[in-house]
Design a protein around this ligand. Structure first.
Ligand SMILES: [Ca+2]
Length: 486
């Protein structure tokens, strides 16, 4: 796709929306954007109130770069293959975190998760940090969209707090069906600490079913309920798959309320279950995209698929080094697909370096909603690039993560092809890699490039101090006699 020189991207998008229907939009758009050659007065035109695009963000949990067939992985995923064939596939897309909670905080706030005081996993164990969460002072994209008239829903995993004050309904979502912890038994819906964890809004409620099927069914139901409304919708589908416990759709529950029961599966069972878990998720994504087509919403709906971090050793990160919870590429370079039939190009692939914190800026751009005034976004909108424009200018990207019970904080920085890593998951380390030549991070060039190492190291430290300043302070832990922390 090529853009007409001088034509604002916003107008290109509106013309595309115009092309797929909506006479009202056509009239307003013509007034706002003028003709294709009349670009001088086209600076950020007034956007028609209807129809604003719908948005669906689908996030897998711990899905690796080498897991799915759309990325030449080992599991056949025909729905994601079709999504890639009809949309744009990212080859250098990163989660902002290497584990679950931080990425989710960054995704919903559009800011480095360190600013929200969520640099680490929020654990179910009350002796650890169960009392942490996304605090009321944060502004999520769901809040912004809800305030601008969007119907908003989340189905699946929250993992941004257990307390009611941190429930999704307190953060801009009209509807929440799912669980608040890091993982639940796919059948009994019991978390890793023995709590029943399946919610309808703020009510803990039993609902029989395999988690992936429930998530898919609720997602389709939400779309169907919105189909006849003139309100646009924002739906966040946060899958559990393929996070442990490793349970395929024909396996049995093994967790029960009130007990902590470790998973004891053989490797071949894990591999079989993992594959089935991804296949069931893929099937449901096919159902979601199918519902959008069936309801004639596809060309009015922007869909983005990503993973919240890299795979564990149970899955595959393809040629990338490391796994979930590391800042090697295998910990955070993830599959990502954009889909919007008739608006963004089909069968596209981009090597632009992007991150999950860019999603907030992107969906607000798609919806033409301003970001929160008091909490500037750290990401940039992907929309101009997806519409055929150039990739965003090169910018530094940063990661930091300290795993529980590990002595050092891992830190990493990306600038163009260069990746600096300060501390690996196993301990102190200083590495510099050129990812264009060496995506597997095999050849440490730090000794050859001392000036680059020094400059990037300084920028990384500046960033660390900057996000720390003014960061949200999480509440103090409750007093728990005899409790032992991580
Ligand atoms: Ca995860």
């Amino acid at each position: 796709m090529t853009l007409r020189p001088g034509t604002p991207l916003r107008c290109v998008l509106r013309r595309k929306l115009l092309a797929v229907g909506a006479a009202l939009a056509a009239a307003v758009l013509a007034a706002a954007c003028g003709s294709a050659t009349d670009s001088a007065a086209d600076d950020r035109p007034t956007i028609p109130a209807r129809p604003r695009p719908n948005i669906v963000v689908i996030m897998a949990d711990d899905l690796g770069y080498g897991d799915i067939s759309a990325y030449d992985g080992w599991i056949e995923t025909p729905a994601l293959d079709a999504m890639a064939a009809e949309g744009v596939r990212f080859t250098d897309f990163h989660s902002s975190g290497a584990v679950c909670s931080p990425t989710r905080a960054g995704l919903l706030t559009g800011r480095y998760q360190q600013r929200a005081g969520i640099p680490n996993v929020i654990y179910a164990n009350p002796a650890w940090n169960r009392h942490h969460g996304l605090q009321p002072r944060e502004t999520t994209i769901a809040e912004r969209m809800q305030a601008e008239g969007y119907a908003t829903g989340i189905v699946g995993k929250w993992h941004l707090g257990y307390e009611v004050e941190t429930n999704p309904l307190r953060h801009g979502f009209d509807v929440f069906r799912g669980y608040v912890s890091g993982n639940v038994d796919y059948f009994s819906h019991v978390d890793g600490f023995g709590n029943h964890d399946w919610w309808d809004g703020e009510t803990n409620r039993e609902e029989p079913g395999y988690v992936t099927h429930l998530i898919n069914d609720h997602a389709v139901a939400f779309i169907e309920e919105q189909a006849d409304s003139d309100r646009p919708f924002f739906l966040y589908v946060a899958h559990e798959a393929p996070h442990f416990p490793y349970q395929g759709p024909n396996d049995a529950a093994f967790r029960v309320v009130g007990e902590q029961i470790p998973e004891t599966r053989e490797p071949e069972q894990v591999r079989r279950a993992y594959r089935e878990m991804v296949e069931e998720m893929d099937s449901g994504i096919g159902a979601i995209l199918g519902a959008l087509r069936r309801l004639e919403l596809a060309e009015r709906t922007f869909v983005f698929f990503l993973s919240d971090n890299g795979a564990t050793a149970a899955g595959s990160n393809g040629p990338l080094r490391g796994f979930k919870a590391s800042l090697w590429e295998g910990g955070h370079r993830v599959p990502a697909l954009a889909w919007w039939p008739g608006v963004i190009a089909a069968a596209g692939t981009t090597g632009a370096t992007m991150t999950s914190i860019d999603l907030a800026a992107t969906v607000l751009d798609v919806a033409d909603i301003l970001p929160p005034e008091d909490r500037p976004l750290d990401g940039v909108s992907l929309l101009p690039h997806l519409l055929g424009g150039a990739a965003p200018d090169d910018r530094p990207l940063f990661w930091a993560y300290q795993q529980a019970r590990r002595p050092v904080e891992q830190r990493a920085m990306r600038q163009g092809p260069w990746k600096l890593i300060v501390n690996g998951p196993e301990g102190p380390e200083l590495g510099l890699y050129n990812l264009d030549d060496d995506p597997g991070e095999t050849t440490n060039l730090a000794a050859d490039e001392p000036d680059r190492v020094a400059a990037m190291g300084e920028a990384l430290e500046d960033w660390r101090l900057e996000v720390e300043e003014g960061a949200t302070v999480q509440p103090a832990p409750p007093f728990l006699p005899g409790a032992v922390g991580p």
